[in-house]
Design a protein around this ligand. Sequence first.
Ligand code: ADP
Ligand code: MG
Ligand code: ZN
Length: 481
Amino acid sequence: MNDYEVIIGLEVHAELSTNTKIYCNCTTEFGADPNTHCCPICTGMPGTLPVLNEKVVEYAVKAGLAMNCEISRFSKQDRKNYFYPDLPKAYQISQYDLPLCEHGNIEITVGKDKEKYKKNIGITRIHIEEDAGKLIHDAFTGDTLVDLNRCAVPLIEIVSEPDIRSADEAVAYMQTLKSILEYLEVCDCKMQEGSLRCDVNLSVRKRGQKEFGTRTETKNLNSFRAIYNSIEFEIKRQIEVLENGGKIIQETRRFDDVKNIGYAMRTKENADDYRYFPEPDLAPIVLSEEYIEKIKNALPEMPHIKKERYMSKYGLPEYDAEQLTASKYVAKFFEEANDICNNPKAVSNWIMSDLFRLLNENEIEITSCKITSENLAKLILLIDKGTISSKIAKQIFEEMFENGKNPEDIVKEKGMTQISDENAIKEMVEKVVSNNPQSVTDYKAGKDRALGFLVGQIMKETKGKANPQIVNKMLIEILNK
Ligand code: ADP
Ligand code: MG
Ligand code: ZN
């Protein structure tokens, strides 16, 4: 496999989070009953005319600027003609030769620790287009049903240069795009709902060879895992074909996410097959300098800038700053909590370790987590004030994750307040010492493990509530008497 180099370019489709569709007033809301979010325009009835939703242009320009593109002052929309049951007009309005944005790039970070490197990936173009409907295959009856709710939901298609060289780079690129689109609030990026999905174009060539090999295109991948696995599969397949003296056929492929195998769908069509021509019912899109300038000035702080700020302002390590800022929602959670408790390192630690672990284990996003940023801040304040030990705090955190309760209430309900009263602790230490003469002898004989055992016994007696610093101090005092 090392004799080959892998060439990948991604075409990413992002559904724009406008309230209404691209050419009519129908809502873009997801998950309604089939064919309830449609009208004569988005179902392509004869005699209807499209009117372009201005927000679509604004969102696409935002994305273009954030990805360092040149914004076209003059662009137009075109008809891409093909028949499929999910496309009632038998053409899709898209952009062909004059897209809204061109010649951009984004920086990605690949790998971890020593293996980590940064790389620029070129963005060929970003254009606007309409989505198609959905076919629902009923496995029971064998029927195929059509749901047109998604017809004419606005999309941007982001086409990358063939700059990507591995599955890891493809995933890092997709994660960076997702992060940027979330920060811009132009796409909700719910990959499992299909609002962010991509096609992987992939070819291999012998190292040293100049020309690219023939590529295949695997369509509609909607999870990072599917992107990664489909690429690994396709690299192996192409190399095997070539090594056995075969040829790669330029084709469109699918990837079965569950079985982890790819299969050919159809040989690829060329652009001329679509008979592209300018959309006669829509005027060209002409943008003024002021319009573009205004959008540029209103762009939010982007993830890589936020990361730098977290490092300089809060003194967080680069890795932590990167993890906290990769998702806009995590960054927001971090900032809200820190505004209350003013302890950035503690907030960062709780998010990076316990919170990420629980989110992962439960496969949920931070946006649907029951712990609020305010309650995390309260928990940190309880530790900082010495009301609870950090060990008890871990238990409380788990409970907060389960039921979303206020940590102050949990402490009160369960009597978890830390015992810091020296007299009370002294009593317990004396009791444990007199009950464990063997450990005392061991300690005096220089066996340090005996000390740990005695501390453990005291913590057990107090159900973890004794202040560990005071316990240690008292124990040593009494043992050395
Ligand atoms: P289409 O798929 O609509 O024909 P393009 O020809 O512009 O569109 O290419 C789409 C994608 O394929 C781009 O992301 C581009 O970088 C990538 N690509 C082009 N040639 C190759 C190749 N030989 N190997 C891998 N990717 C390629
Ligand atoms: Mg394509
Ligand atoms: Zn409509």
